[in-house]
Ligand binder design. Structure first.
Ligand code: ATP
Ligand code: MG
Length: 547
């Protein structure tokens, strides 16, 4: 049994009951359509499916629901596999809905032979008109009374490519007056003259999702087919297909509430639009809620999985605060990430009474909350960089950082006092001249006097150039409105050029650090070079969010 699954949910209750009533094994599946990259909502479904099966000693298939050749691509197939593996899950079998096209076709033929399906001549619009509304029953189509022989012949000719897209469809013959609109003779096959990423040009007819999905589940012996709430009304159709197609296995569809996050759009269609219209840098842009984006941002599988477990599984729609996700990455990195100093917007400080050409190496702990991580050496010399925002020429009251005449502590080093402000011709501050007090060295227990401000800094001659990418929400609207492109935040990315400590020279891609006062950062795996490291800010240090 997995230690991850301590909390209970309504699906576990169903499974326990089923096991008590004779089920031998639990089989789940994660069934993405390969028409985009996976997002954090999919992670919720992945965690749920894989961990449920794991907890009850069952298995989970990864199945690509590739029944729509117009939108699917192998690039998506590969990225989906990669994201699931990165999260740390192993699928039992890798399946493709397209592997079952023959069987699905045969099952549709079976329905026709049983008088339970027919070939429809009406157009999409006519079908819609005939379908009726929630208040009014639908009307039966003239095609509904076609003979079985004629239906079989037409379906065969559809398969052979004798008709154009949209010219004919196959519909299940169920009940045009059903209160459930999904049961009013739903379309189960359509014509699409398109090349499929897996089956090439073998087929020009493709099964519709609501017909294909139950068959896929049944073929694989899935016992619990877990999906999101919007499929609830389709459950009667799901059961009808399994039953009437005479499938041996009888999978059970169970719905749960999808994950919605504040300031986030989640549908792949919208995410694709953000990519295609260059609002972001690609599917793995660190601002994207995709698994590959979160990974590049610096999220860990552990943080994502803990978040998914914590939000729970319910049957009511809800909106989760994105700050809750941020909480889990902070928690995960708190003890793991080395702490170092970086300067994002540098201002040069010359320490005029420090010997020229000398460099001393000061001791600093790597993570004060985790002593096992040991200590590091950081250089100190006559020239350092501090943050521009840590100096003000005319400060307001209660400003405790650097200003002319004021003394502050340099983290891990000495007290310094600002004496002179050097400006360029336009009057911009370009350099500060300070003096240090050798008596105040950090770690020597100096108690002579106190200062209120502590600044972070980076020694200048050894400093390593770095780029910092600072992110804000990609979407401004809390709930992600319908015209979401208007809600895209024009200031979601700020790029800063500064410095990191000399000891970061051997940082590797995806290494994670806590930069003093700035937050947690990840070494960007795509854009970092030996000359210049690029850091993505994962999250700031503090949040107002309480669990
Ligand atoms: P989207 O609308 O974002 O494109 P989808 O449901 O069309 O999502 P699929 O590839 O069909 O995407 O989904 C694969 C699985 O992930 C399905 O079982 C689906 O129910 C689940 N899933 C998708 N989005 C979410 C979400 N936001 N929360 C939980 N599960 C989700
Ligand atoms: Mg979909």
């Amino acid at each position: 049994m997995s230690e991850n699954n301590t909390s209970s949910n309504f699906i576990k209750h169903i499974i326990k009951e089923d096991l008590a009533n004779g089920y031998n094994e639990i089989v789940t599946r994660f069934p993405p359509e390969p028409n985009g990259y996976l997002h954090i909502g999919h992670a919720k479904s992945i965690v749920l499916n894989f961990e449920l099966a794991d907890e009850f000693g069952g298995r989970t298939n990864l199945r690509f629901d590739d029944t729509n050749p117009l939108k699917e691509d192998v690039e998506y197939v590969e990225s989906i596999k990669d994201s699931i593996s990165w999260l740390g899950y192993e699928w039992d079998e890798l399946r493709y809905a397209s592997n079952y096209f023959d069987e699905m076709y045969n099952r549709a033929v079976l329905l026709i032979k049983k008088g339970l399906a027919y070939v429809e001549d009406m157009s999409q619009e006519e079908i819609r008109e005939y379908r009726g509304t929630l208040k009014e029953p639908g009307k039966e189509s003239p095609s509904r009374s076609r003979s079985i022989e004629e239906n079989l012949d037409l379906f065969d000719r559809m398969k052979k490519g004798e008709f154009q897209n949209g010219e004919k469809v196959v519909r299940a013959k169920i009940d045009m007056s059903s209160p459930n609109i999904n049961m009013r003779d739903p379309v189960i096959y359509r014509i699409a003259h398109a090349t499929h990423h897996n089956t090439g040009d073998d087929w020009c007819i493709y099964p519709m999702y609501s017909f294909a999905h139950p068959l896929e589940d049944a073929i694989e012996g899935v016992t619990h087919s877990i999906c999101t709430l919007e499929f609830e009304d389709q459950r009667p159709l799901y059961n009808w297909v399994v039953e009437q197609c005479e499938m041996e296995a009888k999978p059970k569809q169970i719905e749960f509430a999808r994950l919605n996050l504040t300031n986030t759009v989640m549908s792949k269609r919208k995410l694709k639009q953000l990519v295609d219209e260059n609002f972001v840098d690609g599917w793995d842009d660190p601002r994207m809620p995709t698994i590959s984006g979160l990974r590049r941002r610096g999220y860990t599988p552990e943080a994502i999985k803990k978040f998914c477990r914590e939000i729970g599984v319910a049957r009511a729609d809800n909106l989760v605060d994105v700050r809750m996700l941020e909480h889990f990455i902070r928690e995960d990195l708190k003890l793991k990430a080395p702490r170092t100093m970086s300067v994002l917007h540098p201002l040069k400080v010359v320490i005029t009474n420090y010997p020229e050409g000398e460099v001393e190496w000061l001791d600093a702990e790597i993570n004060p909350e985790n002593e096992d991580m040991g200590t590091r050496k950081i250089p100190f010399s006559r020239e350092i960089y501090i943050e521009q925002s840590d100096f003000m020429e005319d400060p307001p009251k209660k400003y405790f950082r650097l200003f002319p005449g004021n003394e502050v502590r340099l983290k891990h080093a000495y007290f310094i006092t600002c004496n002179d402000v050097i400006k360029d011709e336009e009057g911009n501050v370009v350099e500060l001249h300070c003096t240090y007090d050798p008596e105040t060295k950090s770690g020597t227990g100096f108690t002579g006097r106190k200062v209120k401000g502590t600044l972070h800094w980076v020694e200048a001659t050894n400093a390593k150039e770095a780029e910092f990418r600072l992110y804000d929400s990609l979407i401004l609207d809390e709930k992600g409105g319908s015209d979401f492109l208007e809600q895209v935040n024009p200031n979601s990315l700020e790029v800063a050029s500064g410095y990191v400590e000399q000891n970061m020279s051997d940082a590797k891609e995806n290494d994670k650090f806590q930069f003093f006062r700035h937050g947690y950062f990840n070494v960007d795996p795509n854009d970092s070079t030996d000359e210049k490291l690029v850091f993505n800010r994962i999250v700031e240090l503090k949040s107002s969010f309480k669990l």
